[in-house]
Design a protein around this ligand. Structure first.
Ligand code: EPZ
Length: 420
């Protein structure tokens, strides 16, 4: 396995172009299961998770070619409704093949996804939604087995104890588009990636309204045809690069950004006193000013994204003063706290809260990545620390950040790979 080594202290300067959104491309690739006609998806980031999803599509009978950011999906020689543990366990997002398999084939056998370090990650809302559409569901030997002679539209309240669910909304939407009649999803996830999936489904002939709001209405249709679609930019990668400018005292032009997807982050960074300018899809972030500490609470979109929590914690760990970070989506999503403290941060965890006392400078150290966004937080910490930081298990990082080393090196970072 490789580790990433970062020699900290360089002010990052220059331009970076944001790749397509991981959390949009995964359900959109799954949605190609809803038709036998060809689909072309552009702006696809070359990530471990993208490759995992393509493997699953092929196992389910699709031909899927991926070249230079473009995926061509066409009908293969067979149809399978069986998504096996070996494939689903590598990436929990694969669970979002359940809805399209049920919608298209009226049956599905999908491995229950494992939990991961950020939480148990139940799927009760997914199952509640598809059974409301008329599916008979059983759980056997770690698999969800779902059958539906005919799916029929229904009213579904999809809010859980932590609020809305992104992939449950995706799964229910993809099962409902071919159901008979009207489906209303109440307390739907409003994330831009859910709206992007809906836009792709509409291009395939689905009738959907209200996507991006808490109430999504779907009028079932008989058939969906192939479509072409370009994935929206990855707002979490954009946020990570903005923080890279701020934490290193640099000056970065972040290109291919949908500013309106970054509302909560921009609001918090402005409150902290960050210098941010935006024009025509380009955002300039300069780390010229001394920032003030801010309190963060993660919430479903449009609230502050949980996927930016670790990165923000790194920034606050070198911002003088006390910041309180409250994690309301995954209360255990604090694996990065111990690693940041090994770099000299002063962070105290109290249940779903982390109290961050900013220090002048972190010191480089060997640290371990535990999940995708914790890795991103450690990269930011390493970029600003004195000395070298080596981050092991960087396959976590490769799941969600396309060409991250090249992008950072192009901004002047001293980053290289070493064998563990
Ligand atoms: C999506 O995961 C994202 N992944 C996650 O990004 C992101 O952190 C998360 O949404 C929240 O924004 C993809 O889109 C592939 P949820 P998802 O269902 O859909 C609970 C990353 O780093 N819940 O919105 O699996 C759940 O435990 C990844 O890119 C239930 O209780 O998350 C959590 O507390 C990490 N029952 C909350 O809801 C359910 O049936 C939100 O989870 C489903 C979820």
């Amino acid at each position: 396995m490789d580790k990433l080594v970062i020699e900290g202290g360089v002010k990052l300067k220059g331009e970076v172009t944001i790749s397509g959104a991981k959390n949009a491309v995964l359900p959109i690739l799954a949605a190609t299961l809803l038709t036998d006609e060809p689909c072309v998806i552009k702006g696809v980031p070359n990530l471990r998770d993208t490759v995992s999803m393509l493997k699953i599509l092929r196992a389910l009978g699709k031909n899927a070619e991926f070249e230079k950011g473009r995926v061509n999906v066409t009908r293969g020689k067979f149809h399978s409704h069986f998504a096996e543990y070996r494939l689903v366990s590598t990436m929990r997002a694969s669970f979002c093949v359940l809805g399209p398999l049920l919608g298209k084939l009226k049956k599905a056998k999908v491995s229950l996804p494992g939990g991961c370090v950020i939480g148990v990650r139940p799927v009760d809302l997914h199952l509640k939604g598809i059974s409301a559409l008329g599916a008979d569901i059983s759980i056997d030997s770690g698999y969800v087995i779902a059958r539906a002679g005919n799916l029929r539209g229904s009213y579904i309240y999809l809010g859980g104890i932590y609020g809305s669910s992104v992939l449950a909304t995706d799964n229910v939407m993809m099962a409902a588009v071919l159901a008979k009649g009207k489906t209303t999803i109440e307390s739907a996830a409003c994330e831009p990636e859910v709206a992007d999936l809906a836009e792709f489904l509409i291009k395939m002939g689905a009738k959907i309204k209200g996507h991006g709001t808490p109430v999504i209405e779907i009028e079932g249709v008989k058939h969906l045809h192939g479509a072409a679609h370009t994935i929206i930019p990855d707002r979490i990668e954009a946020g990570t690069m903005i923080l890279a400018a701020l934490i290193t005292g640099g000056d970065i032009l972040v290109k291919n950004v949908q500013y309106q997807h970054l509302g909560a982050l921009i609001d918090k960074l402005s409150e902290a006193g960050a210098a941010l300018e935006h024009r025509d899809g380009i955002l300039r972030a300069r780390g010229t000013r001394r920032l003030k500490p801010v309190n963060i609470t993660t919430l479903p979109y449009p609230g502050f994204p949980t996927d930016m929590q670790a990165q923000m914690m790194s920034l606050m760990s070198v911002t003088p003063g006390i910041s309180l970070i409250t994690e309301k989506i995954y209360p255990d999503r604090f694996m990065h706290v111990a690693e940041l403290n090994r770099m000299g941060a002063h962070i105290q965890r109290e249940g779903p809260h982390a109290i961050v006392e900013g220090v002048k400078k972190l010191s480089g150290a060997p640290v371990m990545a535990s999940d995708l966004r914790a890795s991103a937080g450690l990269v930011l910490a390493g970029l600003s620390a004195r000395g070298n930081t080596s981050i092991s298990r960087i396959y976590h990082l490769e799941r969600g950040y396309e060409s991250i080393e090249e992008k950072l090196i192009n901004l002047g970072a001293k980053v290289w790979r070493e064998k563990e």
